[in-house]
Design a protein around this ligand. Structure first.
Ligand SMILES: [Fe+2]
Length: 148
């Protein structure tokens, strides 16, 4: 039972990463202004990391007997974060603020996952979640400082 909660939570993390990967590409493509080169590169670095973790979560879920979501419709339905169509220009600073909000949601999700993995005595998943949380928190510090 404890493990089922962990599997469901890991699957929601898979879905969230499916959406986050796409959303970071949107920012990478459409960012404009004097910080274009910095942010264009930063968003690329971040979607690379998110993509790696997306795969890690899905494969860990398979390893513990789960079944990761694997369609765009499932990702949207089960993601903790929301996407938005790019139908008008988004200021670069707003993109960073959006990302800070999304990463804060993600940190909360990771904390919940760490608790669930602990309850299920799944050290490997717990370790994976802690390592990733460390990285996202560091990005949050830098993005917050970027915003001044
Ligand atoms: Fe690119």
């Amino acid at each position: 039972m404890v493990t089922n909660n962990l599997k469901q939570h890991l699957n929601e993390l898979v879905a969230t990463h499916g959406v986050l990967f796409t959303k970071l590409h949107q920012h990478h493509w459409y960012v404009k202004g004097p910080n274009f080169f910095v942010l264009h590169e930063k968003f690329e670095e971040l979607y690379g990391e998110v993509n790696e973790q997306f795969d890690e979560f899905a494969e860990r879920l398979l390893t513990i007997g789960g079944q990761p979501y694997s369609t765009l419709a499932e990702y949207i339905e089960h993601s903790s974060i929301e996407e938005a169509a790019y139908d008008s220009a988004i200021p670069a600073e707003e993109m960073v603020k959006t990302l800070v909000r999304d990463f804060n949601i993600l940190v909360n999700d990771l904390e919940k996952g760490i608790d669930l993995a602990g309850e299920a005595s799944d050290d490997i998943t717990e370790d994976m979640l802690i390592g990733y949380k460390t990285s996202i928190e560091k990005h949050l510090w830098m993005l917050t400082y970027y915003l001044g």
